[in-house]
Each structure stands twice: as structure tokens, then as C-alpha cells.
Ligand binder design. Structure first.
Ligand code: GAF
Length: 399
């Protein structure tokens, strides 16, 4: 079974530099790395004002860039089938850019709208990107792209990436994904790609009045405890994913309105039980119960109670499968097989409807879990899953 190697950051930065030079005939002025992410727990709660606990992956997107003087944005990706794109920065706007380039151009547009780096964006930019974040795997290849390009803009302007500027890059990434790429995400993915710290999970409370106070780095301790976080990419991505994500958001917004709550995650289970519509009630129950599980996991991590972390992961999966209805058969089989083969807990991770699962596995059980997954997939006639090891990496920075 294939283990997806994140590659060496130095080698990947160098190959992105070379790709840029081969394409433009000049040296890039900046090279930036921004990671994909995997979420340990706190799923489908960011858009409902709840807490999340993701980490950055060592798998990342690399972007090399240099300024221009003619107002053009030119984009190139090393990904298979990704066409080059170019157009004036001044002409960017929702609906103006197709495909992958909508993300890269989108963040440039959103930064320009916010007044960040006006000189760089007046002059234009050449940007070449390459990535080791698997696409369509629920591991935020899009946030990695958004944040990598966003930070190349701020770096090209010579701006120091302080906390306030990071927040503007995150906001531009969220806006670009919603308005240029049509995906109304909750903000977890862009936040962790920009703010993550090596060896740590990032607790972000999307219901906190102050977003800075709502963020805390939590030491992982997984590796030191002889455990591993195994990510299993089912390699299935269900087409209904996009519309269904927006439907979940709409159900949660409705529940919050009915309860008179600014943030559904702040409601109590008793309140939610009184909601009139069965589907909306189950969606709300997921949000409220998942919110409690995030706090349980933070406490369990701090107490090194690994069985407790595993139990909460299992309960999270059941809630996402039964109440929020965002799982998929491949994800359900993956978590069951991983547990039977020795995982302490397992759950789907990310938006769902396919994509990836995450399992907390004692290191000595890793080969057994991999073999059991290979057999289970083969027995069902499914393509073998891809595996990767989630070792918490740092957030976006220049290379
Ligand atoms: C996707 C979204 F982009 C996030 O904002 C989050 O809602 C996640 O699905 C589910 O937890 O990754």
C-alpha cells in the first residue's frame, strides 16, 4: 500500500524555484510553503461557532513568485492537467477565473480588495506552484494553495508575517474560497495552514469573541507516547459533497435562528432536543455533542489519556455518520477495520462524503492496520487506499 511521502521541504522549494525559472526565465523573489491539514476532532462545527483541533500536515504547497510591472497575474501549477492562467489583477472578481486558478487568483483578488500590498498587486505577479497535498482527499489542498499564494503576495511586498497580517491572509483565503471558488467553508482549514506550530495541534474556537484569544497551540504528545496518527485517504470523493456541505451549514443556521443563538455550538443538548424538525435537530445535536468532545479531547491529551482520545474519536464518527450524515461507506469501513486491527479510535476527518479518515494507532499495530485495510478494500473491489502519517508541521512561511 502506498504511503504518501511529504518530500523534503528543501528539495521541494528548490524544484518549485526551478520550475519558476524554466517558465519565466528569471529567478523567483520569494518561495513560500503552506501546509495541508488533518483535523483530529471538531468536525462540521467551525461554521456553527464551535471549536476545532486540527494540525498542519508535513504535506504542503510550495509557491515561487516574482513581481511584474504590467499589472498581469500569471499562474502556473505543476499538477497534472492544470492549465496556465493569466489576466490583469484589476480584472479579477467572482466568476472571472476557472478551475484551480480560481483559488490562486481568488486570494490575490481578496487581498487586493482588503488593500494588502497595493504596490505589488498594481504591478502584477508571476506565481508557480507545486504540491504534495493529495487533491480531493479532504486534506485541504485548496487551503494550502490559497495560503501559499496569499503569503507570496505579502512576502513579495516585504511585509513581516505578524499575527495581524496572518489574520488578513486567512480572511482573504476564506473569502476567495467562498466567492471565487463557490465553497462556503467555515475557516478551519485556512486558519491552521497559516497559524500551525510544529509538534502541536491548533485549538481554534470559532465562537470566541476575540479570534486571537480563541486560538491555542496544544502539544500533541502522540509520537512520544509510542502512537501515530494514521491518515487513510479512501480515494473516493463523492460528487454530492459541495451542495451537501452548504446544506449542512443551512440546517445549522436554521437551528441557531430557531434557538435564538448567535452560535449553535453554544446551545445545550436539552435546548436542541426541543427543535421541531427531526433533521435539523440531529444536525444541531451533532454540533453540540461534537463541541463537548473537542474539550474532552483537549483534556485527555493534556492528561495523556489516549484511550479517552480514542473514545471521543469513535463517538465523533458515529455522530457525523448518523446525525450529520456526512460519512460514506468507504469511511465507515475504514474506521471499523482500523479499530478492529488495533487503533485506539478512528473517525472520518474533513468535510466528508469520501476523502480521509484518521486513526490513533499504537506504532506496533501500524503494519497490522495497513494490512487489514488493504485486505478490506481489496475484498470489496475498491482501489487500495493511500496512507500518510500525520506529524504536526508548521504553518505557512517563506522557505
Ligand atoms: C471543510 C471546510 F472547509 C471546513 O471549514 C470545515 O467545515 C470542514 O469541512 C468540516 O469540519 O474542510
Amino acid at each position: 500500500m502506498e504511503i504518501l511521502d511529504p518530500g523534503s521541504p528543501m528539495a521541494l522549494a528548490e524544484s518549485t524555484r526551478t520550475a519558476f525559472t524554466d517558465w519565466t526565465g528569471r529567478r523567483p523573489e520569494v518561495v513560500v510553503r503552506a501546509p495541508g491539514r488533518v483535523n483530529l476532532i471538531g468536525e462540521h462545527v467551525d461554521y456553527a461557532g464551535g471549536p476545532v483541533l486540527p494540525m498542519a500536515l508535513p504535506h504542503a504547497t510550495y509557491a515561487a513568485a516574482a513581481r511584474r510591472e504590467d499589472g498581469l497575474l500569471r499562474l502556473r501549477s505543476a499538477a497534472d492537467g492544470a492549465d496556465d492562467w493569466e489576466g490583469p489583477v484589476s480584472g479579477l472578481g467572482p466568476g472571472s477565473v476557472p478551475g484551480w486558478a480560481a483559488y490562486a487568483a481568488g486570494v490575490v483578488w481578496a487581498l487586493r480588495e482588503d488593500g494588502v500590498a497595493p504596490d505589488v498587486l498594481r504591478g502584477g505577479l508571476d506565481v508557480a506552484v507545486g504540491s504534495t497535498v493529495p487533491r480531493g482527499a479532504g486534506l485541504s489542498s485548496s487551503a494550502a494553495l490559497l495560503c501559499a499564494v496569499g503569503v507570496t503576495v505579502t512576502e513579495a511586498a516585504g511585509l513581516g508575517l505578524d499575527d495581524a497580517l496572518r489574520a488578513r491572509v486567512v480572511a482573504a483565503g476564506i473569502r476567495a474560497e467562498a466567492e471565487m471558488a463557490g465553497a462556503p467553508t467555515g475557516g478551519m482549514d485556512q486558519t491552521v495552514s497559516v497559524y500551525a506550530r510544529r509538534g502541536h495541534l491548533l485549538l481554534v474556537d470559532f465562537g470566541a469573541p476575540d479570534p486571537v484569544a480563541g486560538r491555542r497551540h496544544v502539544a500533541s504528545g502522540v509520537e512520544q507516547a509510542g502512537l501515530a496518527l494514521l491518515v487513510v485517504d479512501t480515494r473516493v470523493s463523492h460528487a454530492l459533497g459541495d451542495g451537501a456541505y452548504a446544506e449542512r451549514r443551512a440546517d445549522c443556521d436554521r437551528a441557531a435562528r430557531l434557538l435564538g443563538r448567535a452560535h449553535l455550538a453554544h446551545a445545550g443538548l436539552d435546548e436542541v432536543a426541543g427543535l421541531p424538525d427531526d433533521r435539523v435537530r440531529r444536525r444541531a445535536r451533532h454540533v453540540v455533542s461534537e463541541t463537548a468532545r473537542v474539550h474532552e479531547v483537549v483534556a485527555a491529551l493534556e492528561a495523556e489519556d489516549w484511550a479517552g482520545v480514542g473514545r471521543a474519536m469513535d463517538a465523533s464518527h458515529a455522530s457525523l455518520r448518523d446525525d450529520h450524515e456526512v460519512s460514506a461507506p468507504e469511511l465507515d469501513v475504514t474506521v471499523e477495520v482500523a479499530r478492529e486491527a488495533g487503533a485506539l479510535g478512528a473517525r472520518m476527518t474533513g468535510g466528508g462524503f469520501g476523502g480521509s479518515a484518521i486513526a490513533l494507532v499504537p506504532r506496533e499495530h501500524l503494519p497490522g492496520v495497513a494490512a487489514a485495510l488493504a485486505a478490506a478494500y481489496e475484498g470489496r473491489g475498491w482501489r487500495a487506499p493511500h496512507l500518510l502519517l500525520a506529524e504536526p508541521a508548521a504553518g505557512a512561511a517563506h522557505c
